[in-house]
Design a binder for this molecule. Structure first.
Ligand SMILES: O=P(O)(O)OC(CO)CO
Ligand SMILES: [Mg+2]
Length: 283
């Protein structure tokens, strides 16, 4: 089995690179923008096109029947978002669509692969920077083939923390998000940041540029590949309440170590989010 997944891993890297080239090219042309769950949840023809290219290539290589696919744009068209024991690809074709639309230069292709509900490998191609992050379970994490590691900072006062605002702008949620950010800033930490792509944020944790990234409201396709990369770089993933990380829960803290993660968790004001695998009627 090990060899089989190695082939899939190598293929995912190739597919992510090719998808990133399509995104870069599309960014040079006029971008037509549509909206999804809210007026600030953007989608473009490129998101849909790139997802089709990625899933099409994977189906051609590995067969349609044996592998399952969870893709951001397919799920938005009401395809199932259920993680089973089957080999499953979890794909965000354009992570950072808002950045892509505005020409803000952090946009990533995120491809993860899970078997028996466990993540086997993850590939994040930050296509505007041309940086390829990848990790396979038990084999370390890499950026452009160089090993990467989380930072060894344990003192929260010497940390940089990433969080994002998300696309749900209901005043109660925005209030909680900003209240959490205020409390973290006032610990104080060295700084708060956000690249606008969850996948890239996780890679920034993995390569030690920041100590932690947390968010409520992200989706499995935003973080699945990054989750492997953070773990293999020596970091950890937790729920925002300090419990075990659950890929489908839409809640996540990724940190360089438990000390930093626990300190952040102390300040997080949790709000409700509907699970990715909830029945469609509840979404
Ligand atoms: O740009 P996307 O894929 O909508 O993702 C956002 C979060 O939902 C950035 O990570
Ligand atoms: Mg995304």
């Amino acid at each position: 089995m090990a060899d089989q997944w190695q082939e899939a891993y190598d293929f995912a890297v190739q597919v992510a690179r090719a998808a990133g080239a399509v995104i870069r090219k599309a960014g040079e042309e006029e971008i037509k923008v549509q909206t999804k769950s809210s007026t600030v949840d953007l989608v473009t023809k490129t998101d849909e096109r790139v997802e089709k290219i990625i899933i099409g290539s994977l189906k051609e290589q590995f067969g349609e029947g044996t592998h399952c696919f969870i893709g951001e744009e397919s799920v938005s068209k009401e395809e199932p978002c259920i993680l089973t024991d089957k080999p499953t690809w979890i794909i965000d074709p354009v992570d950072g669509t808002t950045n892509f639309v505005h020409g803000f230069p952090f946009v990533a292709v995120s491809i993860a692969f899970a078997v028996n509900k466990e993540l086997e490998f993850g590939v994040v191609y930050s296509c505007m920077e041309d940086k390829m992050y990848k990790a396979r379970k038990g084999q370390g994490a890499f950026c452009d083939d160089e090993p990467i590691q989380v930072s060894d900072v344990k003192d929260i006062h010497k940390s940089i923390i990433i969080s994002e605002h998300g696309t749900d702008r209901s005043p109660e949620k925005v209030q909680k998000i900003f209240s959490t950010m205020k409390k973290i800033l006032c610990i104080p930490v060295h700084g708060l940041r956000g690249s606008g792509t969850a996948a890239t944020n996780m890679c920034l944790v993995a390569c030690g540029a920041v100590e932690a990234f947390f968010e409520i409201g992200i989706h499995c396709w935003d973080i699945a590949a990054g989750a492997v990369i953070v773990r293999e770089a020596g970091g950890l993933l937790l729920d925002v309440d300090g419990g075990p990380f659950d890929l489908m829960s839409r809640r996540m803290v990724s940190g360089n170590n438990r000390v930093i993660a626990n300190r952040i968790i102390k300040e997080i004001e949790i709000f409700d989010s509907v699970r990715d695998d909830a029945p469609i009627a509840k979404k």
